[in-house]
Write a new protein. Sequence first.
Length: 316
Amino acid sequence: MSNYLIVGAAGQLGIELMLALQKKHGPERVVLGDIRPVDHPDAALSTFVQCDATDKKAMADLVDQVQPAEMYMLVAMLSAKGEASPLQAWGLNMDPLLHALELAKDGRVPKVFWPSSIAVFGPDAPKDATPQNNGLRPTTVYGVSKVSGELWCQYYHQKYGVDVRSLRYPGLIGFRSKPGGGTTDYAVEAFHSAVEGRPLHCYLESTETLPMMTMEDAVRATLELMAADGDALSVRTSYNLQGCSFSPAELVSELRAQGVSLDVMYAPDTRQDIAASWPNSLDDSAARSDWGWRSAHDTPGLVGAILAGLSQPAIG
Ligand code: SER
């Protein structure tokens, strides 16, 4: 029986992947690693190991103990937070990945997943349907670390045959956890504000369009990529992934169309500059042709799905 290891399990994406992997393989096959506890009731169904992913020996010990068939290395500092502590962000975004790649190179992990981001693109990339390989000159430390990490993934694959797979996630919108220091997180906050009847203090301009996706679609994409035939994967840096795209004003208008009003006070700050350097939408044709990716949610679908999730009882 195989084990599945999530490192960075307490983060926004980690909790969602935990639930999906528990459902797919059984909670007893899922091991959760993080420096802090995983704030979800179902975390208690799986083994939790407190660990520091920047500590090479701790990662090696964890992998030898768990012997995972797949390792999801999710530890990261997102874009807005990263700008406040660039060198710390660089260390946190690179060291855990390099430890995972080294362990895979040594044959101790057969398959690794590592998340990349729309943040790999810089201001000179085409804004609409941004191609896979154009304009990878980011202006944030988060983007710099993601481009570098992608190249390390490709290097370990080409040089050592490491099976590492990656996706460039857009802004991920879930209802189970609160935002975690990203630029796209205004949209997560918008949903919480809307259902709680509070105004949103929005740090982006009303017209700033960004690519977005439900957590549900992002997790499905991740599991589909991990299950794909490795020989079919033409991209070993990281795949562009497109869900839907909207601006704060368009989000407010779709919420209103679905019967939820939200007052917004716009006060753009430095996060607006970050958002302006990113694409409006991505060309994800490589993901579509290589492993059959199809997004399930357009903007109305995303808004409906998140509102439905937030109205469920006992949300973590
Ligand atoms: N959601 C991330 C951020 O805003 C981008 O991948 O930092």
